[in-house]
Design a binder for this molecule. Structure first.
Ligand SMILES: *[C@@H]1O[C@H](CO)[C@@H](O)[C@H](O)[C@H]1NC(C)=O
Ligand SMILES: *[C@@H]1O[C@H](CO)[C@@H](O)[C@H](O)[C@H]1NC(C)=O
Ligand SMILES: *[C@@H]1O[C@H](CO)[C@@H](O)[C@H](O)[C@H]1NC(C)=O
Ligand SMILES: *[C@@H]1O[C@H](CO)[C@@H](O)[C@H](O)[C@H]1NC(C)=O
Ligand SMILES: *[C@@H]1O[C@H](CO)[C@@H](O)[C@H](O)[C@H]1NC(C)=O
Ligand SMILES: *[C@@H]1O[C@H](CO)[C@@H](O)[C@H](O)[C@H]1NC(C)=O
Ligand SMILES: *[C@@H]1O[C@H](CO)[C@@H](O)[C@H](O)[C@H]1NC(C)=O
Ligand SMILES: *[C@@H]1O[C@H](CO)[C@@H](O)[C@H](O)[C@H]1NC(C)=O
Ligand SMILES: *[C@@H]1O[C@H](CO)[C@@H](O)[C@H](O)[C@H]1NC(C)=O
Ligand SMILES: *[C@@H]1O[C@H](CO)[C@@H](O)[C@H](O)[C@H]1NC(C)=O
Length: 456
């Protein structure tokens, strides 16, 4: 069906101007499956089949061409990037005005690798110095590539440049800022300079059928920070049915990620599906809540399921950017997880970057971790920590000493228990030696953990 429509579409495009109505591959039915969001996604308004705006394939900078096609097709049309065409975006491209419009990417979108240029031009955000080449926002927007469309970040130039300046801004390949309702599907994404995707200030988005990978051409300048997806200040997001081959988190839930489903992913070479890090900044309040991670195949990774929380800081420390931030992680489930050659099948820590467990016990996390469930974990870890396969570490919950206050929505209270109801059920993960698997469990309620805890 897609091939047939594509043929008609190409013939029509070649033969006539955009004014003649013609067929083009419409948005496939996209469903969140098998898990569905607790709040159903809003319905997309009907698109006019003849309202099509082809992005000028001749434009030397595809940025302004894309913006003008989007303005023309806004409110019910479809913007089309033609197949067998390379579009180069060479200037910051603000697509946050979109309303009920689709963007069909059948060609390749490349981002200029003029490192110097983007330092001052990319859209910059204070959070982790995130920068974007382009940003999508608005309401009811479907960006789709039917497995053909490709985004290419020319990452190697950036990874090499990073070697001479560690703090150089490296833009994210795809980002939303204030996108309410819509989808991102069927895209190939390769060689991102930094994270592949960031979903910020957004809600009600289905992301499906994405293929992410990295090609290194200079092994002296390896990729860094190439997370698959990061969510931030966003709610009701589903990420599913995708393959991710990268060198950092497969998916990472950053502050204020709620109602997120991640399912049917194949992650390779990654740092796991991660909550956090959270609690890094004193004075900030980070929330990750109602997250369901289902059916993940994780290979050649440092971690499978991961939760990383910074510990507290000494009393009266001000402006610390290494822990002491408040908030909570609540109601997070990891269900059905297949490990192959992962260093830790599960790594939960409330002592992220603490110099020692003692230091962490002295100044425990002020960010609560509760109602966490790990269940149905299978597979074999790497030999790295054999016979240990997982690690579950909380700050000392026993209280005593300075600064041990849990900061809740209602303010500080004297409840010092910063880890609550952390469970592990049906965990069948073995080390390669096939001896009995061992787990590091520190300050945990071991009665809730169906694993073989050993003293650390
Ligand atoms: C995602 O995968 C599930 C299970 O394999 C399937 O039922 C569903 O149709 C897929 N969704 C899309 C949008 O491809
Ligand atoms: C490194 O990049 C940052 C961000 O563009 C810039 O502020 C800084 O001056 C650069 N450092 C050097 C040594 O060029
Ligand atoms: C999100 O929205 C807020 C309020 O409109 C704005 O200040 C912020 O820059 C936006 N982006 C991010 C990433 O928070
Ligand atoms: C490869 O990376 C190294 C280290 O950053 C750099 O010195 C060298 O110039 C790079 N080679 C090429 C062909 O870019
Ligand atoms: C898990 O995801 C894979 C794709 O990675 C899919 O083939 C399989 O059907 C899914 N299994 C379940 C139980 O949803
Ligand atoms: C998976 O990751 C490993 C380790 O990073 C890498 O060697 C391998 O090529 C990757 N596999 C695929 C299919 O890309
Ligand atoms: C997260 O949400 C809470 C509650 O609305 C808010 O107080 C806090 O500032 C938000 N944090 C971030 C990092 O946006
Ligand atoms: C926990 O999160 C799931 C979504 O992952 C949601 O369906 C459920 O209602 C939440 N439970 C509570 C008690 O809020
Ligand atoms: C894991 O890495 C090995 C060795 O690099 C590779 O052969 C294998 O294909 C990788 N697994 C996946 C799922 O890519
Ligand atoms: C922290 O500051 C408060 C208020 O200024 C002061 O009473 C307290 O002694 C200080 N604590 C430490 C350990 O310095």
């Amino acid at each position: 069906m897609q091939r047939h429509l594509l043929t008609i579409f190409l013939a029509a495009t070649a033969a006539s101007a955009v004014t003649t109505p013609f067929s083009f591959p419409s948005l496939p039915d996209l469903v969140a499956s098998p898990k569905t969001p607790s709040t159903p996604f809003p319905l997309s308004a009907a698109r006019h089949p003849s309202k099509i705006c082809v992005v000028d394939p001749e434009a030397t900078d595809a940025g302004p061409a894309l913006i003008s096609a989007a303005r023309e097709c806004n409110n019910g049309g479809t913007v089309v990037l033609l197949p067998d065409t390379t579009y180069t975006i060479a200037s910051p491209t603000d697509l946050t005005f979109l309303q009920s419009v689709d963007v069909l990417i059948l060609g390749t979108v490349v981002f200029s690798d003029d490192v110097e240029y983007w330092q001052t031009r990319a859209f910059g955000y204070p959070y982790q110095d995130a920068h974007l080449f382009w940003k999508f926002g608005g309401r009811d927007v479907n960006i789709y590539g039917l497995g053909i469309g490709t985004l290419d970040g020319l990452g190697q130039t950036w990874w090499t440049a990073k070697r001479s300046n560690e703090t150089l801004y490296r833009p994210i390949l795809f980002g939303t800022d204030g996108l309410f309702g819509g989808s991102v599907s069927g895209l190939n994404m390769k060689n991102s300079p930094f994270w592949f995707n960031v979903i910020m200030n957004s809600s009600d988005i289905l992301i499906t059928d994405i293929n992410i990978w990295i090609e290194v051409t200079n092994s002296s300048s390896p990729p860094a920070n190439t997370d698959g997806w990061d969510t931030y200040r966003s709610t009701n997001i589903v990420i599913q049915n995708s393959t991710i081959d990268n060198y950092d988190d497969c998916v990472s839930f950053k502050p204020n990620s709620t109602n997120i489903i991640v399912q049917n992913l194949q992650c390779n070479g990654s740092h796991g599906i991660s909550v956090g890090s959270l609690g890094q900044y004193q004075g900030e309040y980070d929330i990750v809540e109602d997250v369901y991670v289902y059916n993940i195949s994780m290979s050649n990774a440092s971690d499978g399921a991961r939760i990383k929380i910074w510990p507290g800081v000494p009393p009266n420390t001000t402006g610390s950017n290494s822990g002491g931030g408040a908030g909570y992680v609540r109601n997070v489930t990891y269900d059905l997880f297949y490990n192959t050659n992962t260093d830790w099948a599960i790594e939960l820590t409330q002592c992220y970057f603490a110099s020692s467990q003692e230091a962490c016990n002295e100044y425990p996390a002020v960010l609560l971790v509760e109602d966490i469930l790990f269940k149905n974990f299978y597979g074999i870890t790497s030999a790295r920590h054999d016979p240990r396969v997982g690690t579950l570490v909380c700050s000392d919950p026993s209280g005593g000493g300075n600064g041990r206050y849990l900061i809740t929505e209602k303010g500080a209270n004297s409840d010092t228990q910063v880890c609550k109801n952390i469970r592990a059920e049906n965990i069948a993960v073995a080390p390669p030696s096939a001896v009995t698997a061992e787990w590091i469990c520190t300050n945990m309620d071991e009665g809730l953990l169906d694993v073989n805890c050993i003293a650390a």
